[in-house]
Design a binder for this molecule. Sequence first.
Ligand SMILES: [Zn+2]
Length: 159
Amino acid sequence: MVYNQLIGEQQKLNWVPGVWNRVFIKHRFILWLDIQGRLQTREKLHKIGVSQEDVCCICGLQTETHDHLMFNCIYSQILLAKVLIWLGFNYRLRTLPQWLMWIQRSYKGLRTRKQVLLIVITAVGYQIWRTRNQALWDQVVYDVDKIFKAVQFIVKYRL
Ligand SMILES: [Zn+2]
């Protein structure tokens, strides 16, 4: 599977010890769950009767599915676009699986750009899930600029 291959490539980058390594493992784990369709989105919780609502915790506009959170939600779109533009990449509206397929197809010989994009997608995906959980449990949605700065910090550190 494409994603497992990509995770393998990212694994080689993991030279950072201790706490940072654990942070990146968490990032990849969230993305892996998303790819497998195993994040407990509100759509899923609603279907099994755990949640009364199925609307996205962040934007409150659409059903909270995997594809919505990553990255069709307006909040996710703005965040991902900001990060990609900051790094000189073009932004396109794509879901997480579409991004991973696209990265794999487009950057065959360009390992560095591919790795940067993987770091970005992984960091943004993780922050989106975190933002969603904060919205669900603490009823607070942080300003997208605050989350953008958090992603910048992670990306800078990894590069
Ligand atoms: Zn949303």
